[in-house]
Design a protein around this ligand. Sequence first.
Ligand code: ADP
Ligand code: MG
Length: 222
Amino acid sequence: MLKFDNVDFGYPSNKIFSGLSLQMNPGEFCFLIGKSGSGKSTLLQMIYMNLFPQSGTVQFDKYDSKTVKARELPYLRKKLGIIFQDFKLLKDRNIYENLAFVLEVLNTPQKEIKRRINDVLTDVSLIHRRNSMPDELSGGEKQKVAIARAVVNQPVLILADEPTGNLDPETSLEIINILKKINAQGTAVLFATHNYEIIRKVNARILKLDNGKAVRAVFKQI
Ligand code: ADP
Ligand code: MG
């Protein structure tokens, strides 16, 4: 489903990846760790093909970084759900409209839009807030809406870029539990974080960015 093969990437003064290879299987849950500046966000951007390798290849689903066309990018991104640390909700639309927006640009019929939004808001326990504006919600609630928005398209892979970075430990745990539940329904999750408390609580493969490469890492369960 996802494969990085011998990827090099960097800026003139800053080499970030050097011969980086990794693979993820359908339905897998993986953590991506590494110190600040090690390239976690860069790696995620290479998956949604906002950035391209300088050599080597990234393959996601049927798309290949060497051959993908600009007009195919919206279809590639439709297969991904992306969650950021700072939520990125549209402030001038209510929660329902934030989710509907994603589906309307994909020409989904209204009845289907309504059904899917009800389902995902129920999954994150926020159905009662569907008419609220983003700024009326707490950080944790905003992140749950962002998760709902990421899954409403039924993606094959969720990319979460430090989604608990702005949240307290208890809310962070709620977020991870929601993502685990979504993963249990078959969606793969790649979770970039440096929150080691969370990593310890979840049994998943850990990829660590180290010296421009992705290496396997193990944390003792405590
Ligand atoms: P992480 O998400 O792990 O903190 P990033 O992927 O955001 O790391 O960044 C990796 C490195 O790339 C950092 O050292 C950052 O400063 C550098 N970087 C990002 N964008 C640019 C750019 N436009 N020009 C030069 N360096 C950049
Ligand atoms: Mg980052």
